[in-house]
Design a protein around this ligand. Structure first.
Ligand SMILES: Cc1ncc(COP(=O)(O)OP(=O)(O)O)c(N)n1
Ligand SMILES: Cc1ncsc1CCOP(=O)(O)O
Ligand SMILES: [Mg+2]
Length: 198
């Protein structure tokens, strides 16, 4: 399966309702700090919306809920991987994307046979506080050489203008949050992203 090159991340299914009709074919639901009932309801809604639009949905963090809901893809960071039951995830048939930021983390995840590897933050991000400031484009090229045929996702400080350079450096996919969600016209911005990555 070839994943779309444009990979936006949203924190609520209201965003999916707005953006899926514009041609988003790969999307992550990244919910933080919500009660369990809300998380379960949001994941079930996202699953149904993405199926209706022929889009791949990736669930961030909530691997057990993703299994229970019959979802297809998960994204787990390094701390998430410490807690997750990988055999149960694989047994349920879920595909797995993982975060990496340094050599040790990359070595660790390559042993897990991931379905994509994310490298971040390629550029500085305002979304969350991170130990790493920016990896830079040479690091993207280095990571692609190391992951080989595993799809490489570049994330962190992405914009429509930066995306071509990140793809040219070796990323297969570009993932983005605030360039869309903080834009004055998020729909117009998503249309630009779709145009720039097709
Ligand atoms: C595509 C993609 N890459 C990285 C992350 C970050 O995951 P993680 O390190 O677990 O941090 P949180 O997003 O859970 O705060 C991601 N979600 N997606
Ligand atoms: C979740 C995450 N992981 C690495 S960078 C990042 C944030 C990406 O957000 P933005 O596209 O707004 O920089
Ligand atoms: Mg996480």
């Amino acid at each position: 399966m070839t994943l779309d090159r444009f990979y936006p991340i949203f924190d609520h299914t209201d965003w999916l309702r707005r953006m899926l009709p514009l041609g988003v074919k790969l999307v992550q639901l990244r919910i933080k700090d919500q009660p369990d009932a809300v998380i379960r309801a949001e994941i079930a809604t996202a699953r149904d919306l993405c199926r209706a639009h022929g889009a791949v949905l990736v669930i961030n963090d909530y691997w057990q809920v993703a299994i229970d809901a019959g979802c297809d893809w998960l994204h787990l960071g390094q701390e998430d991987l410490d807690e997750a039951d990988l055999p149960a995830i694989r047994k349920a048939g879920l595909r797995l994307g993982v975060s990496t930021h340094d050599d040790d983390e990359l070595e660790r995840v390559l042993g897990m046979d991931p379905d994509y590897v994310a490298l971040g933050p390629v550029y500085p991000t305002i979304l969350k506080q991170m130990k790493w400031h920016q990896q830079g484009l040479p690091r993207v090229t280095e990571w692609k050489a190391r992951v080989g045929s595993i799809p490489l996702v570049g994330i962190g400080g992405m914009s429509v203008e930066r995306a071509p350079g990140v793809l040219a450096a070796g990323a297969d996919i570009v993932s983005v949050v605030t360039d869309i969600t903080l834009n004055a016209d998020p729909e117009a911005r998503v249309r630009q992203w779709v145009e720039a990555t097709r």
